[in-house]
Write a protein that binds this ligand. Structure first.
Ligand code: ZN
Length: 160
């Protein structure tokens, strides 16, 4: 396992659409492990493959419950609304207010390429929406209400 370099806003790869994963390979397995390690190292609650320079539809999320690996994820249900601060490991030191669904249900494959469904509420729903946006080259700044603000200590912020 290795910590990978996180791409930051301004890097073109963060604006590009990712390709579906057709099969799990040793290389992709290593990518998933590295993404988890990179996310934890950066105190993030989520990370998408393009953030480490790989244009594949893979995200990892952990809001403090358990690590979730989502391959080729798509939102199949959502409801409600939540408005709050959001950050991104690719936009360090900044937060902004974003409105997201309060609840989402995602259909995806797990790291064994088995179909799974994951339900998320509150922060988990926010993190899932944020990460799935990355797979289509969308950064949260596109959704920000008002302006981005600086954060004093980024370790204390939840960034995805
Ligand atoms: Zn992000």
């Amino acid at each position: 396992m290795a910590i990978r370099k996180i791409r930051e806003m301004g890097d073109k790869i963060l604006t590009m659409s990712c390709k579906e994963v057709k099969e799990m390979t040793p290389r992709l397995k290593e990518l998933v492990e590295d993404m988890l390690e990179t996310m934890y190292d950066a105190y993030g609650v989520g990370l998408a493959a393009p953030q480490v320079g790989v244009l594949k539809r893979i995200v990892v999320v952990d809001v403090g419950e358990e690590p979730i690996v989502l391959i080729n994820p798509r939102i199949v249900d959502k409801s409600g609304e939540q408005t709050g601060d959001e950050g991104c490991l690719s936009i360090p030191g900044k937060v902004g207010v974003v409105t997201r669904p309060q609840y989402v249900k995602v259909a995806a494959l797990n790291k064994h390429m088995e179909p799974i469904e994951v339900e998320g509420r509150d922060l988990l729903a926010r993190a899932i929406c944020h990460e799935l946006d990355h797979l289509d080259g969308v950064l949260y700044v596109k959704h920000v209400e008002g302006t981005l603000r600086n954060v004093e200590s980024k370790e204390e912020e939840e960034e995805a």
